[in-house]
Design a protein. Structure first.
Length: 259
């Protein structure tokens, strides 16, 4: 790994530390929030909490790997000789990216057949996208990175098409109070996911050495916060709105029911 400056090491170190705190607090919030939505939406909230919990675990591993890869010598950051393990990110994404799409499908409460079909299709496409991206991520050859980037973009484009075209009728049938949030969730998914292919090409468009390392690590970290924790808050809000629209009551001294 290229030598980095103190401020670059600290920036990445603090970004990882902040993300651990975000994912931990988000996980607690989502699991506790299950009781505040109707039973039909609790599975979606469970998956939301599971996503941030998986991310929490992997960010602890990423943080520890980053810390072990460098040592401070006379006020300078030196390579410790221990390779930084960036594979933790791809293991995390392989698990969490399909779940992010499935939780959106679940909170929309489609018919059982539609839920299974959409979840299977989008989940497999998401997993394929992550798998195709990894060979490029670990390559230092620009042409190889571009090849795998292009291949990974193919399932990504199919997912975007399905979110905006395939789900348009289902979104139109959502309760008026939640329809805007469901539509917003699609945009947050696509916009936040666009960070990943953009960050991926940083080393191919002029970012080199320690600058590329810093930009990639911070860029992926920001994308993860938006795509998982912030998106999860949207899922929670959709579940709450739909629960209320269906007559769910949640409060002291009241019986929680759902039609």
């Amino acid at each position: 790994m290229a030598s980095i400056q103190v401020w670059q090491y600290d920036l990445v170190y603090n970004a990882f530390s902040f993300t651990i705190a975000v994912m931990a607090s988000a996980t607690i919030f989502f699991f506790l929030g299950r009781s505040q939505v109707a039973p039909a939406y609790r599975t979606a909230l469970t998956l939301t909490g599971l996503v941030t919990f998986i991310a929490l675990y992997h960010y602890v591993r990423i943080f520890n790997s980053w810390d072990a890869s460098f040592t401070v010598v006379s006020g300078q950051i030196k390579d410790s000789g221990i390779k930084f393990n960036d594979a933790y990110r791809y293991v995390d994404w392989l698990l969490t990216v399909p779940l992010l799409l499935i939780e959106l499908i679940l909170v929309m409460r489609l018919s059982p057949s539609e839920t299974i079909a959409k979840s299977t299709k989008l989940g497999l496409l998401a997993a394929l996208m992550v798998v195709l991206g990894y060979p490029g991520e670990i390559s230092e050859v620009s042409s190889t990175r571009w090849l795998w980037w292009g291949l990974a973009m193919l399932p990504f484009l199919v997912i975007v098409y399905d979110l905006f075209v395939g789900l348009s009728d289902a979104i139109a049938k959502q309760p008026a109070s939640a329809r805007g949030l469901v539509s917003l969730a699609r945009y947050v998914t696509v916009i936040s996911w666009c960070f990943y292919p953009i960050v991926f090409i940083f080393p191919m468009i002029g970012f080199t050495g320690s600058g590329a390392i810093t930009a990639v690590q911070v860029g992926y970290t920001v994308a993860d916060i938006v795509a998982k924790a912030a998106f999860g808050v949207l899922i929670y809000m959709i579940a709450r709105r739909k629960s209320e629209a269906e007559g769910f009551v949640d409060g002291p001294g009241q019986l929680a029911t759902a039609k």
